[in-house]
Write a protein that binds this ligand. Structure first.
Ligand SMILES: Cc1cc2nc3c(=O)[nH]c(=O)nc-3n(C[C@H](O)[C@H](O)[C@H](O)COP(=O)(O)OP(=O)(O)OC[C@H]3O[C@@H](n4cnc5c(N)ncnc54)[C@H](O)[C@@H]3O)c2cc1C
Length: 489
């Protein structure tokens, strides 16, 4: 039984829900205009958890209590697909792969929102982000990875600055950027918005292990307070100017629906009073990922420099057809794959799938997980593009200089029929977005439609980017927080 208790402090101008990648940036920027309460469900990463700091050790933290398994509605034949999201202060930025692509000019222009102009709003927002968050190329790049770039350029070109928004169309092969910084203890270590923005901020009160259950509205549909459970007690905190939902693509949709903002018929069926009828949870998108591996005669030396990157240092972006406005295929190269056997890995991301999923509440119980439905087996067009991407990669990897390292495919074995292997082996790229899409659930100023003083600013508002999602989310946060501040001053 949860005991009820009232948080008497009414001095907060803003409450930020969630303590993840966008939330840490949002809270810090808002705190320049008043006192902020940040409510994060997870704990803080223990200081002695080196896996969080040393880039190459990241996989050890991809499990509870630092991540949460998302309950997927069974999607035959893919009942094994398991989407995970961050569940720790710092959010994805504290556990993720640190890969830092921006997305293409064409992607940002596809937002089609007048207050989100590419040259005027997006490029300067990225410049501001880079002034705080350390983004740099891997300090050590093995020779085999450089050869991957050179051979990739045989079908495209070398792009020396894959991460420069203005070098668009962000196509080609090159060294990637990582969210890492020099470290006195580890040589180089993870950077994120918790350290780059929030750390040391005196005007942000952080409440950990605080599971937000709902937002309360007054009779005029003004969001006035937030309910959360901490140490088995129910607390209510009030915000004078604004409540900013930044609990990620799954968490923010769940909280909105529990508060009565979402598809009215399905909320009312659970006994939740509907406040605003909106398509919350409906626009879920993700990247479809194939993981391939190949035997190689090239042995990558066990350099200590390999610890400075998350297993990858280079990538490539291609369009599956010249008519596409921006690249829809992303290759991420992994020079050493698996212990003991000389193997390299190749991750292929379909970064513009046709699939749309949804997040729905399973019950009105705020502690019961929601149900996420998403079909990673893809459409026929998705799988055709992935099959072509595999064939294209094998063709360019068989040209010099990479051909010297090219061996037989280990996974899937060459005898495997690719068109039948792909749909049952496409997995989540851990990049959910779009459940509170801008223009649909929130307006251009990020205000939730049909209510007041409630905003969403995280990966749930962005259309699916054509690259890993953290930096696009943070560019959106750097731009969006200005709009929220302007609306609430
Ligand atoms: C394993 C993994 C690897 C990834 N690798 C990369 C990568 O290499 N590069 C890249 O660009 N992207 C990567 N991503 C994706 C990237 O991390 C996300 O796109 C990004 O973190 C999204 O930011 P966000 O602020 O929307 O949500 P998050 O960073 O996920 O933050 C949401 C926060 O809200 C909290 N929360 C949720 N519900 C509640 C609630 N009810 N009450 C209180 N708090 C709540 C969560 O605990 C979490 O801390 C990866 C993601 C995962 C899971």
């Amino acid at each position: 039984m949860i005991a009820s208790s009232l948080c008497e402090d009414e001095n907060y101008k803003y409450i930020v829900i969630g303590g993840g990648s966008a939330a840490c940036l949002n809270a810090k920027r808002l705190s320049e205009h008043g006192k902020v309460l940040l409510l994060e469900r997870g704990m803080m990463m223990p200081e002695d958890n080196v896996n969080a700091r040393v880039p190459a050790l990241l996989l050890d933290n991809w499990q509870p209590p630092y991540t949460r398994d998302i309950l997927m509605k069974k999607n035959p034949p893919l009942d094994r697909v398991n989407l995970i999201v961050a569940d720790v202060l710092g959010g994805g930025g504290e556990i993720n792969g640190m890969i830092s692509h921006t997305g293409s000019e064409g992607y940002w222009k596809s937002w089609d929102q007048t207050k989100w102009n590419y040259e005027r709003d997006i490029v300067p927002a990225y410049d501001r982000l880079k002034q705080r968050l350390s983004l740099m190329k891997a300090p050590y790049i093995p020779e085999i990875a450089s050869w991957f770039v050179s051979s990739g350029a045989n079908v495209s070109f070398v792009n020396d600055d894959l991460n420069d928004l203005l070098s668009n169309p962000t196509e080609g092969f090159g060294d990637i950027y990582l969210a890492i910084k020099p470290s006195p203890s580890f040589g180089f270590e993870r950077d994120n918005t918790l350290y780059a923005y929030l750390n040391g901020s005196k005007k942000v009160d952080v409440s950990l292990s605080s599971h937000v259950t709902r937002i309360n509205f007054n009779r005029r549909n003004v969001a006035v307070s937030v309910e959360y459970i901490k140490d088995g007690k129910l607390f209510i905190a009030k915000a004078k100017k604004g409540i900013i939902l930044s609990a990620g693509a799954i968490g923010s949709a769940e909280i909105l629906m529990r508060s009565g903002v979402g598809p009215c018929p399905s909320l009312e069926a659970l006994g939740i009073e509907c406040v605003s009828d909106l398509p919350v949870g409906r626009g879920l998108r993700d990247h479809h990922t194939l993981q391939l591996s190949y035997f190689t005669p090239c042995i990558t030396p066990q350099s200590p420099g390999l610890a400075f990157s998350p297993g990858t240092q280079v990538a490539g972006f291609l369009k599956s057809s010249p008519s596409r406005p921006y690249p829809d295929i992303q290759y991420t190269f992994i020079p050493t794959f698996g212990p003991g056997i000389p193997l390299f890995g190749l991750s292929i991301f379909l970064v513009d799938s046709d699939v749309r999923g949804n997040v729905t509440l399973a019950s009105s119980d705020p502690l019961k997980p929601s149900i996420v439905q998403y079909d990673y087996s893809g459409t026929a067009y998705d799988n055709q593009r992935l099959a072509q991407a595999v064939e294209k990669a094998e063709a360019f990897m068989s040209t010099p200089p990479f051909s010297a390292c090219m061996g037989v495919r280990q996974q899937p074995p060459p005898s495997q029929d690719l068109p039948s292997w792909i749909p049952s082996n496409s997995a989540s790229g851990y990049h959910p977005t779009g459940t509170n899409l801008i223009g649909h659930v929130v307006d251009q100023d990020l205000k939730v439609k049909g209510v007041h003083n409630l905003y969403v600013l995280d990966s749930s508002i962005i259309p699916l980017s054509n690259c890993n999602t953290q930096i696009p989310t943070l560019i959106a946060a750097e731009r969006g927080i200005d709009l929220i501040i302007a609306s609430t001053l």
